[in-house]
Ligand binder design. Structure first.
Ligand code: 5GP
Ligand code: MG
Ligand code: MG
Length: 180
C-alpha cells in the first residue's frame, strides 16, 4: 500500500502550493529589495516550502536554519528548547522566519523573543499554512501567510506525523485511523 492511501483529502495540490509560493516570493522580493534578509527555516517541517519559495525571491538573501522543540509538559508557558542554533550572526540583520504551519503561535513567540534579544534589525514570519485556533492567545504577528486551512491534521510537503509523510509533494489530510 502506498502512503497516499493514508490520506483522505488533498488540502493543497502541488499546483496550488506553487501558486502560493510565487505570490509570497514576489511579495518578499518587493519588501526586501536591497536588504539581503536572512531567511531562517525552522527544521524540519519548513524545508520543502523554503526550497520552493526562495526560487521566487528575486533579491539577495541568505539561508540559515534553527531546530527547536517545545518542552514537554510546559506547552502553556511557551518555552522552547534550542536543538540547533543559527550558524550566522543575526545582529543588525533582517530576519525572515520560514515556518510550515502556525497553530497556537507558541513556538514562534519564543523564537521571536530569542532573536530580538540578539538585536536583529527586523523580524517577520512567513508561513505556508495558518490554522486559526481558539488557543491563539499569544497573538503572533504573521506578515506573510500562504493560506488558511481548516482544523484537522495535515501532513506532507515537509509536515510530518511521527516523522513520516514529509516526502509527500502535496498537503493532505491524514486519515484519523493513522494517528488516533
Ligand atoms: P504552535 O506552536 O503554533 O501551536 O505549533 C505549530 C507546530 O505544531 C508546527 O510547527 C507543527 O510542527 C505542529 N502542527 C500543528 N498543526 C499541525 C498539523 O496539522 N500537522 C502537522 N504535521 N503538524 C502540525
Ligand atoms: Mg514547525
Ligand atoms: Mg511535527
Amino acid at each position: 500500500m502506498t502512503i497516499r492511501n493514508d490520506i483522505s483529502e488533498i488540502v493543497l495540490s502541488e499546483e496550488e502550493i506553487n501558486k502560493i509560493n510565487q505570490r509570497l516570493g514576489e511579495q518578499i522580493t518587493k519588501d526586501y529589495e536591497g536588504k539581503t534578509p536572512i531567511m531562517v527555516g525552522l527544521l524540519k517541517g519548513s524545508i520543502m516550502f523554503m526550497a520552493d519559495l526562495i526560487k521566487y525571491v528575486d533579491t539577495h538573501m541568505e539561508m540559515d536554519f534553527m531546530d527547536v522543540s517545545s518542552y514537554v509538559g510546559t506547552k502553556s508557558t511557551g518555552e522552547v528548547k534550542i536543538l540547533k542554533d543559527l550558524s550566522t550572526s543575526v545582529e543588525g540583520r533582517h530576519v525572515l522566519i520560514v515556518e510550515d504551519i502556525v497553530e497556537t503561535g507558541t513556538t514562534l513567540n519564543s523564537i521571536i523573543k530569542f532573536l530580538e534579544y540578539r538585536k536583529v534589525a527586523s523580524i517577520e514570519i512567513v508561513t505556508l499554512l495558518d490554522k486559526p485556533v481558539e488557543e491563539r492567545k499569544l497573538n503572533v504577528d504573521v506578515k506573510y501567510i500562504g493560506t488558511e486551512i481548516p482544523d484537522g491534521f495535515v501532513v506532507g510537503y515537509g509536515l510530518d506525523f511521527d516523522q513520516k509523510y514529509r516526502n509527500l509533494p502535496y498537503i493532505g489530510l491524514l486519515k484519523p485511523e493513522f494517528y488516533s
